[in-house]
Design a binder for this molecule. Sequence first.
Ligand SMILES: *[C@@H]1O[C@H](CO)[C@@H](O)[C@H](O)[C@H]1NC(C)=O
Ligand SMILES: *[C@@H]1O[C@H](CO)[C@@H](O)[C@H](O)[C@H]1NC(C)=O
Ligand SMILES: *[C@@H]1O[C@H](CO)[C@@H](O)[C@H](O)[C@H]1NC(C)=O
Ligand SMILES: *[C@@H]1O[C@H](CO)[C@@H](O)[C@H](O)[C@H]1NC(C)=O
Length: 285
Amino acid sequence: MELVSCYPLFLLGLLSVSLAYVEPPTNVTLRCHNLHNILEWDYGILLPDIRFKVTIQPYSGSLLVFWVEPQELQLDISSLSDSGNSYYLEVIAVVGENESEPAPRKGITFSYFQDSLTRQKCSLDLPPVNVTTEPYDHVQYRFIHPWLWHHQTLSDNPNPKSRQKKSNDAPTKNQLPQFSYAVLVGSQKKQHYYSCVKPVCEKKIPVDNAQEKHCLNITGEVDRMAVKSTQLYCAMPLMPPEENSYIIYIVIIMLILTTTLLVIVLVYKKKTRASTPFPTSMVCS
Ligand SMILES: *[C@@H]1O[C@H](CO)[C@@H](O)[C@H](O)[C@H]1NC(C)=O
Ligand SMILES: *[C@@H]1O[C@H](CO)[C@@H](O)[C@H](O)[C@H]1NC(C)=O
Ligand SMILES: *[C@@H]1O[C@H](CO)[C@@H](O)[C@H](O)[C@H]1NC(C)=O
Ligand SMILES: *[C@@H]1O[C@H](CO)[C@@H](O)[C@H](O)[C@H]1NC(C)=O
């Protein structure tokens, strides 16, 4: 009898729990690349008054809270690109005062600092590289300084937060941060290490001329961020102008030689022809 009377109470409890239960968001993903960071998630059935709360805890700094309307399901957090910091975030669905469990279960940790211990590490792409063949087994490459390249493309969307650098190696107004990089040429084992603080990074490097094509793989680091090449950049098989004029000289010399030879032959022939009638005239006399 006691058990039976308890039953409706138990059911009521279950009912109120299920009513208050808010499904957490699914598939929470962060794409962070080239100082552009987008957080996205999915959600099953959108209840009328649902909203999403994104909480972000920087390693240094105070908790940030963003509210996102259900029609969005994403948040641009490009302002959180400080390579001197790292971030922990989670997404919560909120209906009235009821909140879902945070998603993903373990949260997302990310940073642009290449040696950070976060699960997600964000990086920069190397700008396009021009490679040209030079005489005497060299190639020349040129590319825009990665920091300049990525902050130029961001200039439509100024991002003062990412410029707040705390460390003393921070770039000042007119100085670019040092880009330290390694160049790997084709299948050569040896890497060449260089650095660049100029708006355009360029260098002439020796190559093994046994190879027909010279492809460069450039990877490096700027302001503690990893800079990766999305492709190999290869030397244009163009003939440098010096070699072109060299061939022209050879052709000219050959022409002069053949002309002189022709003249010599003609003169010789004329002489021999002039001397052939000689014996007959001798006979006449
Ligand atoms: C989550 O992502 C996976 C793979 O990207 C996809 O198969 C699945 O349908 C997504 N789930 C939801 C609820 O959208
Ligand atoms: C949770 O949601 C239920 C149903 O929507 C509502 O009755 C209850 O008051 C909410 N609880 C809180 C703490 O807001
Ligand atoms: C690379 O070559 C293209 C086409 O010749 C040119 O427009 C571009 O400015 C060059 N880039 C650099 C960094 O020199
Ligand atoms: C460039 O070299 C790195 C190792 O130094 C390698 O991980 C990467 O895959 C190479 N990139 C390409 C495009 O081959």
